[in-house]
Structure formats: structure tokens, C-alpha cells
Unconditional design. Structure first.
Length: 348
């Protein structure tokens, strides 16, 4: 009987090594490749035609759910999701099954040791290898229906990758200092628009960096957003959050003024709503005008948790008030409580 050809797709070199080593111990399984992203996996699938694909969810360039949708549409294959997001009953697990995955499995960790996970995964690989081509075609049709009725990307599902987007204007420099000084080193990435002239933002970021535990800097174009780091939009440049696979970036653009501002909080919040959705926390601080109010409403509609500074602690209760008045705010908090609220929000 021929061996079951298995392809591993996971961006973690350690996970690829563990899966290759453990699964290769079984005489009925042949690991034909272990690749770091879906683009390489696609070429490997076409060239080597594996029987089973082990697929992670959070990966650079393209997330696993998006790749699964494309695969089941164009090249139906037996897929087992192996991800830290695949806890039984999780949104990711349910979406993966809807889109055609045959099984979901947690990576080694709190739920499984490497040994336990490997034994269960070997059993699952052998079981799904018997799924017929006809059954795969049925799964492909079901996947297409599920995608049409409820298209899903990681921005629509809570993941381990979260983003904190902050907007401020008049009085915001000290408000930001008070918040950022209290951020722990493992805080998810923070992106900030503070209305401030060109050349001032670099000095302001350096000042914040000198007093904070986290890294604070003026953003570079297409800089990766990383935990423990806050990026400040440069003066006279709009900053947007964009995403490729599981990785977020800060995109800097010129563009027209928005609410008489460049950078504009609106641009930051709207892009965060689009690319981060439920994975985001939005914070609107003291400032004049209404920049960011509509963007915060879009963030809330996309499933983000939204916070506004209260009137008593604001230097100018303009931007927060506008966001509150149109229904974009879930939590109104005094400035001295906002760091705690943020940490609670990103902790789930």
C-alpha cells in the first residue's frame, strides 16, 4: 500500500520541524514538504499532489482560511487545520469546517503535549486519507456556498493578532504619555495618530520612547506592527493599517487633508476597521473637531472594542464627544483608567 503523502504549511520553522519529525515516525506517512506560506504550498500541491495538507491559520502573505477557500474552489484537497486558533468550538474551527476542512487540531501547548498531538494527528491523517474524490467535490460545493453567504477572513474572526489604534489632538501629547507609560512590554501593536506638524512627530516619539517600557517610534512606510511597539504617524503623512496574511503593516500616504488634518485619525480608524475588525481596540482621546468619529463607528460595526476619554479628563471634549454622539463608543473612561481598560480589552 503506498504511503500517505502529507504537505505541511506553517510559518513557524519550529512547528514544521516538530511535525515533520513526529509524523515521519509512522511508516504509513511520507512528508513530501514543509513550507512557510500558502504561495509556496500552492506550487508544491500542483507539482507533487499530496494526499493531505496540514494547514496553519495565522501566516504571512495569506492567512489559512483565505487559502482554504481558494483551494476548495480550484483544487479540492483533504485539509486538516493545525493551529493555535483551532480550539474546539472556536470561530476559526467552525469557519474552517464550513470552508471544507475535514478536521481541526490544536498545536502542542496547553491542550496537547507534542506526543499526544502527534498520535491524534496521525490518526486523523489516516482517517481523512480515505475521503473520496466525490466527497471532496461535495465539500468544494459546500465551501463555495459558505463563502458566498458569509465570506470570512481573519479580520472577521478574533485571532491572536490584535491591534490598538489611538487617535488624539489638542491635549493628546500628555494623554498619550500617560497611557503609553503604563503599557506592558507584551502589549499588542499600537498605532497612533496625533495631530502634530511635520518634524515634530519624530522628536515626540523619541521623548515617549525614553519614558516608556515599550518601544515608541515614528512609523516608516510598510513597517511591520509588532507586539511591544507603538508607531506614531509622521506629521503631514496619513497612516493606515493594512494586512497581508497574519501580518499587519503601517502604510504611509500623502493624499488630501481629512477633516483639515494630515495625518487624520479617520484614515487610521477606517483602515483598522477594514483590516483588523474584531481584532482591534480603538481609542479616541482629547481633541478639537470630529476627526475619527465616523471611523470609530466603523470600527465598532466591524466588531472592535471602542473606548473614548471622558469629558472631565479631556483638555477639549470634541473628538470623543462626536464619536460618542453617533454611537461609535462602547466604553467611556477617565484618562487614568484607559490603560487598564485597554489591557483588559486585548486580554479578551
Amino acid at each position: 500500500m503506498p504511503k500517505i503523502k502529507v504537505l505541511v504549511c506553517d510559518d513557524s520553522a519550529m512547528v514544521r520541524k516538530i511535525l515533520t519529525t513526529e509524523l515521519s515516525k509512522d511508516p504509513d506517512i511520507e512528508i513530501i514538504g514543509a513550507v512557510p506560506d500558502p504561495y509556496i504550498a500552492r506550487d508544491k500541491i500542483v507539482a507533487e499532489k499530496p494526499d493531505v495538507l496540514l494547514l496553519d491559520v495565522e501566516m504571512p502573505r495569506m492567512d489559512g482560511l483565505t487559502f482554504l477557500q481558494k483551494l476548495m474552489k480550484h483544487y479540492p484537497i483533504r485539509v486538516i487545520i493545525v493551529s493555535s486558533l483551532a480550539e474546539r468550538g472556536s470561530e476559526v474551527a467552525m469557519k474552517a469546517i464550513e470552508f471544507g476542512a475535514l478536521e481541526v487540531m490544536c498545536k502542542p501547548g496547553s491542550m496537547y503535549s507534542v506526543g499526544d498531538m502527534s498520535e491524534q494527528l496521525i490518526d486523523k491523517i489516516k482517517a481523512v486519507s480515505f475521503v473520496s474524490e466525490e466527497r471532496l467535490k461535495m465539500l468544494s460545493a459546500r465551501s463555495a456556498s459558505a463563502v458566498k453567504s458569509a465570506p470570512a477572513t481573519l479580520s472577521m474572526i478574533k485571532t491572536t493578532n490584535k491591534i490598538i489604534a489611538v487617535g488624539a489632538s489638542t491635549g493628546g501629547t500628555e494623554a498619550l504619555r500617560e497611557i503609553l507609560e503604563r503599557m506592558p512590554t507584551n502589549i499588542p501593536p499600537i498605532v497612533i495618530v496625533q495631530h502634530m506638524p511635520q518634524y515634530f512627530t519624530k522628536t515626540f516619539a523619541e521623548r515617549l520612547d525614553s519614558v516608556c517600557k515599550i518601544k515608541v517610534k515614528e512609523a516608516d512606510n510598510m513597517e511591520i506592527l509588532a507586539p511591544g511597539k507603538a508607531l506614531l504617524a509622521p506629521g503631514n503623512r496619513h497612516m493606515q493599517v493594512v494586512r497581508s496574511g497574519a501580518v499587519y503593516y503601517a502604510k504611509l500616504t500623502d493624499g488630501p487633508l481629512v477633516h483639515h488634518q494630515r495625518p487624520a485619525v479617520e484614515n487610521l480608524f477606517l483602515s483598522t476597521a477594514q483590516y483588523a475588525g474584531k481584532n482591534a481596540v480603538g481609542v479616541i482621546l482629547t481633541g478639537m473637531g470630529k476627526d475619527g468619529a465616523a471611523g470609530m463607528l466603523e470600527m465598532r460595526r466591524a466588531g472592535a472594542y471602542t473606548i473614548a476619554q471622558d469629558e472631565m479628563s479631556c483638555v477639549v471634549f470634541g473628538m470623543p464627544k462626536e464619536a460618542i454622539d453617533i454611537g461609535g463608543v462602547m466604553k467611556i473612561s477617565p484618562l487614568n483608567r484607559i490603560p487598564e481598560v485597554i489591557v483588559e480589552a486585548v486580554s479578551g
